[in-house]
Design a protein around this ligand. Structure first.
Ligand SMILES: [Zn+2]
Length: 80
């Protein structure tokens, strides 16, 4: 599910029981910035299937029991 607010664009996993989401903040959201957020989500492994969004831990081709519901296994973020 995608939600856009004046300063953020968020994609939330539509899998049951999964609370993963990716959020991009903007000083002032424009359509270009929203597009960039969705492109980044796709690059991180998010899937967009029939207007539903799935995090990298919930590949829509797999049965739900095999999902790990961990959208953040893409760990190329610097650890703090
Ligand atoms: Zn998920």
């Amino acid at each position: 599910m995608r939600s856009t607010r004046p300063t953020t664009t968020q994609t939330t996993c539509d899998c049951e029981d999964c609370e993963s989401f990716t959020l991009t903040g903007h000083l002032r959201r424009t359509p270009v910035q929203a597009d960039r957020h969705h492109m980044q989500a796709a690059a991180d492994g998010w899937a967009d299937v029939e207007a539903r969004d799935y995090c990298p831990g919930c590949p829509p081709g797999l049965p739900v029991e095999e999902h790990d519901h961990e959208g953040l296994w893409v760990d190329d973020e610097p650890q703090s």
